[in-house]
Every structure is written in structure tokens, then in C-alpha cells.
Design a protein around this ligand. Structure first.
Ligand SMILES: Cc1cc2nc3c(=O)[nH]c(=O)nc-3n(C[C@H](O)[C@H](O)[C@H](O)COP(=O)(O)O)c2cc1C
Length: 377
């Protein structure tokens, strides 16, 4: 199917699936309850970071090249020793049972079908073992939220190894939860509702440490463990020694932290501000990218997330030096609207727009996309 077929299919459809991010968000708002929608859509504090993520993309314009043969496109990338057909990944998004009863397994099945790497969150509704069973041929990465009880962290990493995960993504920007005013406004906490059960309740170290088997104890223990402000580079070094899996750090925004990541033998970097959900008033993720790419100088992959909502955004991120991008809220809205099929549709739409944009900019491969000229207005 060509990209224009995809668009035309939608034009003939009785109820077209939303393509533009704003339409997707609007449709999800109609479908979801106020609490879950607010939890997904909002940013921390006054949402300056959330806005910065988008203005960062809109400040850049592409200077295209023409009269180059763009009839054959190669959009493949290599990560974790494998080749993937698109430069996309699924960002780790917690508690998917909140958007759809099929939860994380539905997303992993979409990832398997489209050959897009899937990063599963620590705070998942379904466990990593359930996800591995549902999508055995997917490439899965496990996103680790460090636990105050460090043995829980090591236990989860060991389970990820056993369950066939290809890498650990350690999120470093969430040593405590951000200041989420929308959730307070809506009196909503998915953690307190039990949506993060999957990985914790199947963890022998976590369950062993519970004072009793009540729901309240489980919730209190998850919340207690997620709070880990003492985490430092020493923990990263220790984790590195304890696993043979590659370790990616998610949440790097400062070039000096990228340098420290390299010195600590980190295998990849995800430039991210958590979609504006952690510290408010932070630099747009795309604005942080060029100086990090410069420091890294091709030694490890650099992946960007936060605000990547269209194929054009993907192209701009690559042109500024990213090796790949991770998609967050768009696929979550797709999941809310139509389960696995909705996730597939969203990712396909972004990918097809990316291909059109790549060709129209005069590039035929990811390497050529990374050489495109961008102008900052
Ligand atoms: C509802 C929601 C839940 C999230 N949960 C996690 C999580 O469990 N772990 C994590 O590292 N990042 C989490 N993130 C952040 C995403 O991985 C990613 O950084 C962010 O969504 C990118 O921004 P975008 O939504 O604008 O694409 C979450 C984001 C959203 C929207």
C-alpha cells in the first residue's frame, strides 16, 4: 500500500481515523474519562515544558533539495545489533490498562507486527512476562524505575533478562513524581487505582517485602519505592556490573550528563524531558538534542522523545542528529480509541508521513536525512 492509498482509504471511510495529532487528542478526550485523559495529556506545573517541546519543533524549518532520485527509500536503522524498518520506537508509557483493557500486550503486538522496538514501563498494568508471551517476536526493552529497595530493581532486571528483553532503559528524570496539577484538579491517581500492578505483583522481592497482602499495602509500597532521590551515577555503575544487557539512560538533557553517561559505559542515550511531565520550565527536548549529539559524536545511539507527533517531526529530529525517535502520547491515544488496531494506525500514519517528507526533502535514507539543512526561525 502506498502512502496516498492510506490517506484515500481514510477519505472514503465512514468514520475516518484521526490523523493529525490535534484530532487524535480531541477524539481521545471524547472517549476517555476526565481523570485518565488529564493524566495522559497534561504536563507538570504550568506546562511550560510541554509547550517548549512543541515550539522547539516549530522553530525549525527544512531547506529541501530537489532533482535527486527519491524513488527508492531506505528508512531502516540498526539498534541493539538488529535492523528495524523504521526510525521509530515506542516510548515507555505506564499503566496502559487505563486506556484499554488489552493494555501493554496490545501495544507490544502492534510493535511486533510493525517491527518497531517496544519499551515496556516498570509501572505496567501487565507484567513483562505477560507481554513477552503476547508478543514473543517483538523486540522489547525494559524501562526501569529505580526502587528505593534496590533488590527490587535488580530482581526486575533479572526477570527482564529471562523474559527475553534486549536492553534496560533506566529513566533518570523521575527520582520522584513531578508536580502534576491536573491530576490534583481531577483528584486522579492511576497508581492508587492499581493500574501499575503488573510488574510489582509478580516480583518475588517486592511481594516478599510487603507487610501484608492487602491492596493498600501494595499501593503504598509502589509509591514508596518509586521515590528514590538518592540515586547517583554509582547506582548506574552498579547496575552496569549486574547485567549483561545494554543500558540506555532516558532523560538526558545536559551535554555534561551525556559525557558522564559515556564515561560510565552507557550503551545509548534517550534525550527526553518525559513529555513535559516531570520538571516544569525545562528546555524543549529537541533544543537539547544538538549539543548532546555533538558530545556523543556517534559513539552510542541517541534517541529523542517528547513532542514527536508527526512524520515531519521525525524528519527534523533526524536532521538535528538523532538516530531514532520514540513516540509517546500519540500511540496512547490510538490505544484508547481502538486498542491494538488504533496503535498500529497511529504509528503507520506517522511513518507514512515521514516517508513522504523524507522524499520531498530530497533524501532517500536515514543517513541522508541526518545531513538535511534546518534553519532556525
Ligand atoms: C501517560 C504517560 C505515562 C508515561 N509513563 C512513563 C513511564 O512509566 N516511564 C517512563 O520512563 N516514561 C513515561 N512517560 C514518558 C514517555 O516515555 C515519553 O518520554 C513521553 O511520553 C514523550 O513525550 P510525548 O508524549 O510528547 O511523545 C509517560 C508518558 C505519558 C504521556
Amino acid at each position: 500500500m502506498t502512502n496516498s492509498d492510506l490517506l484515500l482509504q481514510n477519505i472514503k471511510a465512514e468514520k475516518p481515523f484521526p490523523i493529525a495529532f490535534s484530532d487524535l487528542e480531541k477524539a481521545a478526550k471524547e472517549k476517555l474519562e476526565v481523570g485518565p485523559f488529564g493524566y495522559i495529556q497534561s504536563g507538570a506545573g504550568n506546562e511550560q515544558t510541554l509547550r517548549n517541546n512543541r515550539t522547539a519543533f516549530e522553530k525549525y524549518s527544512i531547506t529541501p533539495r530537489f532533482l535527486r532520485d527519491v524513488s527508492q527509500l531506505d528508512t531502516s536503522i540498526s539498534l541493539f545489533g538488529k535492523t528495524f524498518p523504521t526510525p521509530l520506537l515506542f516510548a515507555p508509557v505506564g499503566m496502559n490498562g487505563m486506556e484499554h483493557p488489552d493494555g501493554e500486550p496490545a501495544v507490544a503486538k502492534a510493535a511486533e507486527k510493525l517491527s518497531i522496538p517496544y519499551i515496556q514501563s516498570t509501572v505496567s498494568t501487565y507484567s513483562m512476562e505477560d507481554v513477552a508471551k503476547a508478543a514473543p517476536n517483538s523486540t522489547r526493552l525494559f524501562q526501569l524505575y529505580w526502587s528505593k529497595n534496590e533488590d527490587i530493581s535488580y530482581s526486575m532486571v533479572e526477570r527482564a533478562e529471562k523474559a527475553g528483553f534486549s536492553a534496560i532503559v533506566l529513566t533518570i528524570d523521575t527520582v520522584m513524581l513531578g508536580w502534576r496539577t491536573e491530576d490534583v484538579r481531577n483528584q486522579f491517581s492511576p497508581l492508587k487505582l492499581g493500574f501499575a500492578k503488573g510488574n510489582y505483583m509478580q516480583d518475588p522481592v517486592f511481594t516478599e517485602a510487603l507487610p501484608d497482602d492487602s491492596f493498600d499495602s501494595y499501593v503504598a509500597s509502589v509509591i514508596d519505592n518509586i521515590y528514590h532521590p538518592h540515586m547517583t551515577w554509582e547506582h548506574v555503575a552498579e547496575l552496569k556490573m549486574r547485567t549483561t544487557l545494554p543500558i540506555y539512560l532516558k532523560g538526558i538533557l545536559h551535554p555534561d550528563d551525556a559525557q558522564l553517561a559515556l564515561e560510565n559505559g552507557i550503551d545509548g542515550i534517550i534525550v527526553s524531558n518525559h513529555g513535559g511531565r516531570q520538571l516544569d520550565g525545562v528546555i524543549g527536548s529537541l533544543d537539547a538534542l544538538p549539543s548532546i549529539v555533538e558530545v556523543v559524536a556517534g559513539r552510542v545511539p541517541v534517541i529523542l522523545d517528547s513532542g514527536v507527533y508527526s512524520g515531519i517531526d521525525v524528519l527534523k529530529a533526524l536532521a538535528l542528529g538523532a538516530d531514532a525517535v520514540a513516540i509517546g502520547r500519540p500511540f496512547v491515544y490510538g490505544l484508547a480509541l481502538a486498542g491494538q488496531a488504533g496503535v498500529e494506525q497511529v504509528m503507520q500514519n506517522i511513518y507514512e508521513e515521514f516517508k513522504v517528507s523524507l522524499a520531498l526533502a530530497g533524501a532517500s535514507s536515514i543517513a541522508e536525512a541526518r545531513k538535511l539543512q534546518l534553519v532556525k526561525a
